[in-house]
Structures are given as structure tokens and as C-alpha cells.
Design a protein around this ligand. Sequence first.
Ligand code: PNS
Length: 158
Amino acid sequence: MTVSVVVPGSFDPVTLGHLDIVRRACARFDRVVVAVLENPNKQGLFSVDERLELIRAVAGDVPNLEVDRFEGLLVDFCNARGIGIICKGLRAVSDFEYELQMAQMNHRIGGVETVFMSTSPEHSYLSSSLVKEVARFGGPLDGTVPPAVADALRERLG
Ligand code: PNS
């Protein structure tokens, strides 16, 4: 049996924390689809095309990894693609409450299961928002995002 999972998110931009979860998911599951949310109500720093391009640039070497976009409900994307499991990273207990609600809702409305992976401790403080804030003020980005993403952030934010 082939086990497929989706790793969903905004990925604006992808961080080393995201990549840690994606690579570990790729080592455990047969097929991993990273799905970037296309949210018409929220303008990101990077367009969805740019986010996809960055993910492909830094993780495109992984053979069982696919990168795609979705809009609307995640469970609709999962069911259309024959994916029964959502894989999420948990950084801290504070993530858990909302993640649990989403997992229960996604099971209720779409019959899709959620598995949680604990973020590696060295990445547990990372978020795309914080990385953007550091980049906006010219702070160092090493250890937070891959070099290609750091370059893209510097280019976008000056
Ligand atoms: O990286 P993020 O922004 O924390 O990711 C959140 C994401 C994209 C996983 C979540 O917002 C989502 O699944 N949105 C799609 C809409 C949806 O299905 N909402 C119902 C979830 S219960």
C-alpha cells in the first residue's frame, strides 16, 4: 500500500523548520505532497508561484516529494488527490490547541486523518513571520532559511 501525506501551509517563505518536517515526512511516507495555500484574502510577501519555486529550489532533490498549490478546503484537495493523511509539525504546546481543532474539523468534514511530527528543537522557535521581520530590518538569516530563500528575502525587502 502506498501511503501519501500532504504537508500544507502558507510557506511565505519556506523555513528550515518546514524543510525539517518535509524531509522527515519524505523518509517515513511513500509520497509527500507539499501544498501551498492560495488565499485570495491575504497578500503574502511572495506570490504562490514564487513560494512554489523556492520550495522546489531547496527541496526538489527529494524523489518522493511533490509540490502543489490549493485553494479552498484542504480536505477537498486531499480527497481529489487521493491523500488520506495531513502531516503537520508541532513546535510547542501553544501550536497544539489550534492544530487539534483543525485536525478534528478536517476529520469531521473530510474523513482525513492528521499526524503530528515534533519539530526538531533547533527549529522550534522559527516561523515565516519572524524570519520576515528579521529580514525586514536587515538581521542575520543564517540557520533560519536556506541560502536561496535568504537571497530572495533580501532581494524583496532590500
Ligand atoms: O502555514 P499556515 O498558514 O499555518 O497553514 C495553515 C493551513 C494552510 C494549513 C490552514 O489554514 C488550512 O488548511 N487552510 C485551508 C482552508 C481549510 O481547509 N480550513 C479548514 C481547516 S479546519
